[in-house]
Design a binder for this molecule. Structure first.
Ligand SMILES: *Cc1c(COP(=O)(O)O)cnc(C)c1O
Length: 219
């Protein structure tokens, strides 16, 4: 399969999973994860109409996206990897959506930078649903309080929640937990599901899935 077939295949599976879950296919968007792939590998996906992309490193994204944005208007770039506060200025300048807000320090740095640059990015709070020590994200039990702090103390608009379930577990319960926490926060956007489990995630209410290798190939 070439890129066109893989991209169509993912879009078809997304549509099917949405219909099977009794949801509207338009309610689920595809974030094409292009990390490790260079501009030349990404360009054909843009030519095929894909507009939303995810990157996990600020510096890597800076090397390819300013040029790609000059070629095509209307691209939307999501940061899906951990953010250090010393990179907040660069991240705010480059990305449209940051999906990995997970601690007060970074939330404060983003609030300050958005105000300084006059930009308002869409933000997701990352939840460590499996409480994995090596993984970023706020603990499930702390999520409601953290979202409240972001909104009320820092004036941030939080759009939704994001999670990456443990690689060796059934992801369903993690997706269900994220959906439950989002409802408690009054949020209706859920970023969950990757190449191996995006159809399951759509069944649990994902409003965006982050798919890399199923589109661009193995890294
Ligand atoms: C790499 C990555 C993805 C995509 O993973 P695939 O298995 O290649 O689809 C999704 N989300 C995050 C946070 C990632 O780092």
């Amino acid at each position: 399969m070439d890129l066109q077939d893989r991209l169509e295949d993912v879009r078809n599976h997304m549509r099917k999973a949405a219909v099977e879950a009794g949801r509207r296919p338009e309610a689920v968007s595809l974030v094409a994860v292009s990390k490790t792939f260079d501009a030349e590998a990404i360009r054909p996906a843009i030519a095929l109409g894909q507009r939303v992309f995810g990157e996990n490193r600020v510096q890597e994204a800076q090397g390819k996206w300013p040029g790609l944005r000059e070629e095509t208007a209307g691209l939307e770039l999501h940061l899906i990897g951990p953010l250090q506060s010393n990179k907040a200025a660069e991240a705010v300048a480059l990305f449209d959506v940051i999906e990995t807000v997970d601690r007060e320090k970074i939330a404060r740095a983003l609030a300050a930078e958005m105000s300084r640059q006059g930009r308002s990015l869409r933000l997701y709070v990352q939840v460590n649903t499996g409480l994995e020590p090596q993984k970023a994200g706020i603990a499930p039990d702390d999520t409601v309080a953290f979202v409240t702090l972001c909104r009320e103390e820092l004036g941030l608009v939080i759009e939704g929640l994001m999670c990456i379930p443990p690689a060796d577990e059934n992801p369903g319960p993690h997706f269900a937990l994220l959906a439950k926490l989002a409802a408690r926060c009054g949020l209706d956007k859920l970023s969950m599901g990757m190449s191996g489990d995006y159809e399951v995630a759509i069944g649990f209410g994902a409003t965006s899935v982050r798919v890399g290798s199923a589109i661009f190939g193995t890294r």
